[in-house]
Ligand binder design. Structure first.
Ligand code: 0L1
Ligand code: MG
Length: 256
C-alpha cells in the first residue's frame, strides 16, 4: 500500500470527469506509485458514494477486449443501481464522454456466494437466471489509454448497462453459445461464451474468489456482467446496437 497516493483526491478527479463529461490524463503518469491494490482502494472510495449496488462486473476477461485496450489481466468493478437502463430506454450519449458498447452474459444470483475456493459449478448452482446484456463503457481517460491500475481506479470504465429477459440457466452450455454484435444493421463482431476466461461461470468464480481476499462476496439478487465477449464498439447519436446470444435472446440499445 502506498502512502503517497491521495486516494480520495483521485476518486474525486474521476467523479469530476464524469460530472464534466471531460476525459482526463492517466493517473499513473502523475502518481507512478498507483499500484493495483491502491487502485482498488480508489474504486472502493467511488463505490462508497455510488448509492445502492445492482451488482458487479468483470472486465478484460476476453482476449478481444485485452487486445483492444492493451491490458492483459482480468479486473472487476461495481454496478450502481442507478446505472441501469430499462430495456427500450435509449442511451443519451450527451451524458457520456466516449461511449462504447459490448455484449455480456449476465448472471443473477439466487443466493449469496462467497469464499476463496468457489468454482464455476458453485456459481451455476447459485445462479437463478442468465440473460443477454449490453454494457456501455465510458472511460474517463483520454482515448481509452490507461494501465491496469488506471482502469481499475476508474471502475473498469463502467457507465451504463441494460439487461434482457431472464432465462433459466439449466441446460444452457454457456461456453458454447454464439454471440453476435451488430451496429446499425451490420455485424461488427462475433464470439462464443468461452471468450470470457474459457467459461463465463469460471469468470464469475474468479470474481468471487478475488472478492473473498477482501472479505467480500456476492449477495442474492445481485447481478454480474461476466465480461465483454467481443471488442467494444464506439457509439454516438443515432446508432443502434443489437447483441444476440444463442439461447439467451436479443437485446437492442438505441443511442440518441
Ligand atoms: O468491461 C470491460 O471489459 C471494460 C474493462 C475496461 C477496459 C475498457 O474500457 O474497455
Ligand atoms: Mg464489460
Amino acid at each position: 500500500m502506498s502512502t503517497e497516493v491521495p486516494v480520495p483526491e483521485l476518486a474525486a478527479r474521476l467523479a469530476g470527469a464524469v460530472a464534466d463529461r471531460t476525459a482526463i490524463g492517466r493517473l499513473t503518469d502523475e502518481f507512478p506509485a498507483l499500484d493495483l491494490p491502491t487502485a482498488y482502494r480508489v474504486q472502493r472510495h467511488l463505490r462508497s458514494s455510488a448509492g445502492p449496488l445492482a451488482g458487479w462486473k468483470l472486465g478484460l476477461t476476453s482476449r478481444a477486449k485485452q487486445l483492444q485496450v492493451d491490458v492483459d489481466e482480468p479486473i472487476y468493478g461495481f454496478l450502481p443501481a442507478g446505472a441501469t437502463l430499462d430495456p427500450g430506454e435509449p442511451l443519451d450519449t450527451g451524458t457520456q464522454i466516449q461511449p462504447r458498447c459490448e455484449p455480456e452474459i449476465v448472471f443473477t444470483l439466487g443466493h449469496d456466494l462467497s469464499g476463496p475456493d468457489v468454482t464455476a459449478a458453485d456459481v451455476l448452482a447459485a445462479t437463478s437466471a442468465v440473460a443477454v446484456g449490453i454494457e456501455v463503457l465510458d472511460s474517463r481517460y483520454t482515448g481509452y489509454r490507461f494501465t491496469t491500475a488506471d482502469v481499475v481506479a476508474d471502475n473498469t470504465s463502467a457507465s451504463r448497462f441494460v439487461i434482457g429477459a431472464p432465462v433459466d440457466p439449466a441446460g444452457v452450455e454457456l461456453r458454447l453459445v454464439g454471440v453476435v454484435l451488430e451496429k446499425n444493421g451490420d455485424v461488427v463482431s462475433t464470439a462464443a461464451g468461452a471468450a470470457s476466461l474459457g467459461d463465463p461461470a469460471a469468470a464469475v468464480a474468479w470474481l468471487v474468489r478475488t472478492l473473498a481476499a477482501d472479505g467480500e462476496g456476492l449477495a442474492a439478487g445481485e447481478i454480474v456482467l461476466s465480461g465483454g465477449l467481443t471488442a467494444a464498439v464506439p457509439v454516438g447519436p443515432g446508432d443502434v446496437v443489437v447483441a444476440t446470444i444463442d439461447r439467451l435472446g436479443s437485446l437492442r440499445l438505441d443511442c440518441r
